[in-house]
Design a binder for this molecule. Structure first.
Ligand code: FES
Ligand code: FES
Length: 153
């Protein structure tokens, strides 16, 4: 048995230490917001926060995260600027890609609290949205940055 810290709670799973984190989050723990698409770190659908850093869980293995804080979109507070801005700007279309993209945005804003359009493009172009939501993602990230200032951080 292996114990992981996911969304602020210790969770015990019966899984091999060499299992990709993606499968354990989805199949063992039921966090189906974490999507499987390419499986080779190309699309960003499986992105989660690991100790605050956006990482692609399809290429992270259980034995690499035993001491880490893992956050899926369910673990991001409801008043997090990214969640509030995503709703306000109505970013999702089908929604499939959005959990991973939102977590990547949260990590990006934690490092770049007042980003330019160019910085947003550079940070977010490597996550794929087949519905073409990137223009709304850019607007939402600008709004989230402003909301974070209002929230004091
Ligand atoms: S499924 Fe992990 S990056 Fe595509
Ligand atoms: S909202 Fe449909 S794939 Fe991004």
């Amino acid at each position: 048995m292996i114990t992981l810290n996911v969304n602020g709670k210790k969770r015990t799973v019966d899984a091999d230490p060499g299992t990709p984190l993606l499968w354990v989050l989805r199949d063992n723990l039921g966090f189906t917001s974490v999507k499987y698409t390419c499986g080779i770190s190309e699309c960003g659908m499986c992105t989660v926060l690991i100790d605050g850093d956006a990482q692609r869980s399809c290429i992270v293995y259980l034995d690499e995260v035993l001491e880490s804080e893992i956050t899926t979109i369910e673990g991001l507070p409801e008043d997090h600027p990214v969640k509030v801005a995503w709703i306000e700007k109505q970013v999702p279309q089908c929604g499939y890609c959005q959990p991973g993209i939102m977590l990547q945005a949260a990590d990006f804003l934690s490092r770049e609290p007042n980003p330019t359009d160019v910085q947003i493009d550079e940070a977010m172009d490597n996550v794929i949205c087949r519905c073409g939501s990137h223009p709304r993602i850019k607007k939402a990230i600008h709004l989230a940055a402003r909301l974070a200032v209002k929230q004091g951080g």
